[in-house]
Ligand binder design. Sequence first.
Ligand code: FUC
Ligand code: CA
Length: 778
Amino acid sequence: MSTCIWHNRYEEDWMRAFPLGNGRVGAMVYGGPSKEIIEINEESLWSGKQHKEVFHSTPEGLAEIRRLLFEQRFGEAFNICNETFLASPPSVRFFESFGELTVDFADKSEYTDYRKELELSEAIVRVSYKKSGDWYRSETFVSEKYDVLVHRMVTEGKPFSCSINMQRSQDAYTAALNDDTLVMNGCLVFKEGKMYGEGVEGMQFGSRVHVVTDGKLSSDKTTIYIENATQFTVYGAYATNYNVNKFDNDETINYRKKLIADIDAVKDVDYDALKKEHIADHKKWYDTFELTLDAPSYDDIPTDERVNRVSKEDVEDTDLYVLYFNFGRYLLIESSGKRATLPANLQGIWCNGFTPPWGSDYHTNINMQMNYWPAESTNMSDTFKPFTHFVKMISKFGVDTAKDLFFGEGWVINHTTDVFGRTGIHDLVGCGFFPMAGAWLCLNLWEHYEYTNDSKYLEEIYPVLKGCCDFVKSYLIESPEGYLVTSPSNSPENAFYYTNKNGERRTSGLTYAATMDCQIIYALFTRMLAACEMFDDKSYAKGLEDVLAKLPPMRVSERYGTICEWIEDYEEMDPGHRHISHLFGLFPGDQINERNPEIYQAAKNTIARRIAHGGGATGWSRAWIINFYARLKDGENARFHLHKLMKLSTAENLFDMHPPFQIDGNFGATSGITEMLLQSHLGRPGERVVELLPALPEDWKCGSVKGIKARGNFAFDITWKDNKVTKVTITSACDNTLRLKLNDVCGQVSAEKVYALEDSVLTMEFAEGETAELLFLS
Ligand code: FUC
Ligand code: CA
């Protein structure tokens, strides 16, 4: 059971550094033997500030676009969108690196016996090596309790000398306050630019670094020097003046106060006690789940070599999937659990430099939603907190956008946002237009409710869901076929071929009623109906039912046997496109399932066609495919694409590669593995049916999983042998009825607790906190 990522070779490369975090402060530890570099991030350090977006659309323009789309005059419709839809300023700003903490050693001589490891179950990076016969060992972690980074170096050999610095190459200055303390203070200045609008003197931020050592301390203007030491400990505190409840920089926040208080609280704590507490705190998050696959362990091979064995020699390393899975859970805990107040962005909280890919922002046409796919099923529900807050905030900012951009009700957001509440159409109309993003975000909220069964939470998010449904209802119009449709509409970020009125072959991304829109609306409205029932909101339910009755049905392509991606059976411009949006209903939705065999088969054909044309080329797309195959109960293909993900889209520190690094693939694949082991999407909310090992690959003969969650707040421990379930222990966190489908991995069932069996579905009543055991005989 792999829980340790390790290297025995050092290279000064951010993509080989190991990530740490406490949800708020992130760190990438390079592990350099002559110069240690720890790149720091703080979740809220974004350039820019809150900005009221300006829109240029008009009700007449929107009506004209819609008319043109119904007449298949896509080019003309697009031109109006292109001229009027883009927000001013057009782009959101960036998440940025906080700076680098460095320890520069005087001794630059050769080193041997190098080892750098990240122990996932402890959230500690350890580095060790020998120089001139002496061992040097460091440990680094980010404490949840004290909210600081801790880095300690010890040698049992000859004393050493080094210098310590905390720096950022722009917008900040560092000064030694005295011989043991550095302060860094800054203000993010963002220059005026065509895409970003006026220049901004933005967020204030700073750091306080404190050093404790048995050596001699001295300092000059910017640097602390340590001489003749056998050990030192560095404490780093980091903060900004961002206010997550305002979604803006806040001049009234004195971040320096926090830095001083944080260092004061930690600096005299005994190191071993501090570490012990850190590990115990981490285990509360991490130890809620355990996956074991009975496969050869290659823990003695460095992780980078294991990745390379898969990519270059095509080795099947099953145990590496377990490590990757554990890493996925770890990454969500470190970027969105513990002290996090903002959700995991495109890179979690780990970003190198000042202009990261896609600004390391929040993309809401799949990426942000995908980040949270494993949050509930892998039993770390509390990592979802920052997401809930974020969507609540967005729902406030999105009200003006719904009104001023689309002349609609409720709230809306499109395909990207930042931490300042941007909800308009950004970058380019072609990809930036996606008014169903909010509905998709709401479905994540719903999943949190279904997995926790927490009706207070549902009450809390009900207005947000309602506001989203209000927008969708106001956005729908009647099509010539008599359906209620979204218009304009697109299928992120694909386009299709059509023939225009002059008989010319053209492409368009815009149409009305793209399949994904209909699937998202179906998912949201059917769930909302369940919520209305709970709150006895009959008149609202009626409105939703009326819409559901008039949504266009899914269509099977006559040419390809696939699910049509758009309202018409168009040919895709890119048949291998990374977005497989029209399978939203298969995963994360539940509309496409085995109860409708024709559509289920069409979904299989849809993936096959995408893959035949080079689909799954980005890490996140491949991760999505794993979830699809799991839902199709196809364990072999799920495993095959997991293998491809390791082979083609995984870096030497196990970060997912779009490429470049993008964390959604890590999270998506973690969810995919979970879906292979347990599913609970069939049936109505509140009456879901659980299925065990629905997509177990032949190769994963024996194993066990502990703590895997099903909707309804059931936790399962499952043991299997020779591809058959042998024992299951179920704990219910609330009074509830379990419905368990006995599929072909389940033999003859027996239990001490009373159960009923009908049509291969076992039902069992649970009281809050009750545990029951099922045994299976083959
Ligand atoms: C979506 C994807 C891209 C990339 C970007 C951050 O727009 O289409 O592949 O992942 O988000
Ligand atoms: Ca965070």
